[in-house]
Write a protein that binds this ligand. Structure first.
Ligand code: PGA
Ligand code: MN
Length: 611
């Protein structure tokens, strides 16, 4: 479709301005559909950027640049009008200054390339909860990924009409081509210091430059569905969260929907698709990364998954850890930074087997001896630790039938969690909404490869798993959560809100071995949560919250009663340290925007712990 044919005058003007600034060789408005997807892939294959996989139908492998392998948090900006609105945990630059810098970078940045205008819907097209974005990009790889991750095309323009609201998203890889120059197999991007992932919350705009990877470039995901949406949600009274959504069915056929907030690469995708080891229980997937939730007239929170695909971490995914994800990515999938086997299949660390043949090509394009096992020494990985698959959600064998229901699904429980080797028990129910908000606010996790950081392996506090994704001051974000509880109270509907739980699959013993097997065995914890939501007598009250009554979670094979007991008890000394760290190092970060209600919770838990 041509730009002239756009019916939305504001949109047309915005595209025209972008064309004048970025000077692409040609412009195309994306219509969606298989033939457009195939054409995008074809362009990348011809440019030497993609390899067709012989072993997986309609699937392709891409290798990115070593400077462009993950989200770049120190190049990510929240440019609100006032610095204090971005808060101390976001990078802030004055929006006018940032636009000036980036306008300079965008000038001529699409020379030699085609500009694609992608109309996309986050959420089922036309749903009340959905939002429309328009991404301008010079990357056919981004267009193809957006086709999988969002709903793209003219159907979105139809809903937008001639004056509808959309979030304008600029994206350029920042590698203009000289006359006759081709990418020629080299992933186009700009050097690290020129990469910018910028958000303008006041004007609801996104400007991304210099990266073609993941959340830096697929702007519907972290940029729109979390950073900008969190601001919309604050202003409009709903929640945009970094949460999976799962459907849990018990042996009597009763259903509950549960969401879970975990930092990146903590197994959200695995939990969303788990195969229960507990007989008679069933888990189905509604979403694996983001939940948008709005209060319904009945006082319950209704959640939709704004995405249409999975952008999953490949290493560690195998038929045991996540059979359903392997199936979802068995065809029509884009793989990025995985290894390539001689017979034309992808390979990654912990895929469950060695690589066939004599050699493999690693994510940097180098030929290496084929690994005999599925492990590689640190630093010598065949797949990048943040290698990804982009797979259509509808291909997941356990996708819930209501996953595209425009009304959303009513949520019974929120789980918060992270990778915590010590102190935090297997599962712990908050005593109240405000106690749950407190627990969400102190969430922490060991830093993983999902982000470029020098802190990998250290515990970092990541409140609500939203630290890298909240588009405004975290203190105000906590207040927003508190207000949701207060409003429900005032409406006499507090009991309709989800119950809040904290879980930890990652406890380690003195030898550094995981104490809990995780994966499918986590169904034991989900079952306990399910019963808790029904008010079953399965818990004991402790100073930190409601823990499982002994015997209400059966130990999985290989977990002794003693270990089970340790996983489900309060480590008073550890908690005293935890709380002291929150008081001394964590809460003060948020200054005077830290809600008093949370300091009251802190006082209360200290008292209960006998500090
Ligand atoms: P994640 O997403 O960090 O939540 O895994 C990655 C990305 O969007 O790049
Ligand atoms: Mn995520």
């Amino acid at each position: 479709m041509k730009v002239q044919d756009l019916k939305h005058a504001g949109l047309k003007k915005w595209v025209d301005e972008a064309v004048a600034l970025m000077t692409p060789d040609s412009v195309e408005v994306c219509e969606g559909g298989q033939s457009e997807y195939d054409r995008m892939i074809d362009i990348t294959v011809k440019a030497g950027l993609a390899t067709k996989l012989a072993k997986k139908p309609n699937s392709y492998l891409f290798r990115s640049d070593p400077s462009d392998v993950a989200r770049v948090e120190n190049r990510t900006y929240i440019a609100s009008k006032s610095e204090s609105d971005a808060g101390p945990t976001n990078n802030w630059v004055d929006p006018a200054k940032l636009k000036e810098t980036m306008t300079g970078l965008y000038k001529g940045s699409m020379k030699g390339r085609t500009m694609y205008v992608i109309p996309f819907s986050m959420g089922p097209v036309g749903s009340d909860i959905a939002k429309i974005g328009i991404e301008i990009t010079d990357s056919p790889y981004v267009v193809a990924n957006m086709h999988i991750m969002t709903r793209v095309g003219t159907k979105v323009l139809d809903v937008l009409g001639s004056n509808g609201f959309y979030v304008p998203c600029y994206h350029s890889v920042g590698k203009p081509l000289a006359a006759g120059e081709k990418d020629n197999g080299k992933w186009p991007c700009a050097p690290m210091d020129d990469k910018y992932i910028s958000h303008f919350p006041d004007t609801r705009e996104i400007w991304s430059y210099g990266s073609g990877y993941g959340g830096n470039a697929l702007l519907g995901k972290k940029c729109l569905a979390l950073r900008i949406a969190s601001v919309l949600a604050r202003d409009e009274g709903w929640l945009a969260e970094h949460m999976l959504i799962l459907k849990l069915t018990n042996p009597s056929g009763e259903v509950k929907y549960v969401t879970g907030a975990f930092p990146s690469a903590c197994g959200k995708t695995n939990l969303a698709m788990l195969i229960p080891t507990l007989p008679g229980w069933k888990v189905e997937t509604v979403g694996d990364d983001i939940a948008w939730m709005k209060p319904g007239a009945d006082g319950r929170l209704y959640a939709i998954n704004p995405e249409a695909g999975f952008f999953g971490v490949a290493p560690g995914t195998n038929n045991d850890s996540n059979f359903n994800a392997m199936e979802a990515a068995a065809k029509n999938t884009i793989f990025t930074n995985c290894g390539l086997t001689e017979d034309g299949d992808i390979w990654w660390e912990q895929i469950g087997h060695g690589a066939p043949g004599k050699t493999v090509i690693d994510w940097k394009g180098q030929t290496k001896p084929a690994p005999q096992t599925d492990k590689s020494p640190k630093g010598e990985e065949i797949a990048h630790p943040n290698a990804r698959f982009t797979a259509p959600a509808k291909q997941c064998p356990c996708i819930a039938k209501e996953w595209e229901d425009p009304k959303g699904v009513p949520i019974s429980a929120f789980l918060f969690g992270g990778r915590r080797p010590s102190t935090i028990p297997l599962v712990n129910q908050a005593k109240s909404w405000i106690h749950g908000v407190f627990m969400g606010s102190i969430t922490g996790s060991e830093v993983t490869a999902a982000v470029i950081s020098d802190q990998v392996g250290q515990v970092r506090r990541d409140p609500f798993a939203m630290l890298p994704f909240c588009g405004y001051h975290m203190g105000d974000y906590f207040k927003h959560w508190i207000n949701i509880g207060k409003k429900a109270d005032a409406d006499g509907k507090a009991d309709k809100l989800p119950k809040i739980f904290f879980v930890n699959w990652f406890r380690k013993d003195a030898e550094g071995k995981f104490m809990w097997p995780g994966y499918g065995e986590n169904s034991r914890v989900l079952a306990w949560v399910f019963d808790r939501c029904d008010g079953k007598d399965n818990c004991v009250e402790t100073p930190i919250g409601n823990l499982p009554k002994p015997g209400t979670i059966d130990a999985p094979k290989g977990v002794s009663d003693a270990v089970m007991k340790e996983l489900c008890s309060v480590d008073i000394e550890g908690w005293k340290k935890e709380i002291a760290d929150v008081r001394k190092n964590h809460y003060p970060k948020f200054g005077d925007r830290m809600p008093k209600e949370l300091y009251d919770e802190l006082d209360a838990i200290e008292k209960r712990l006998g500090v």
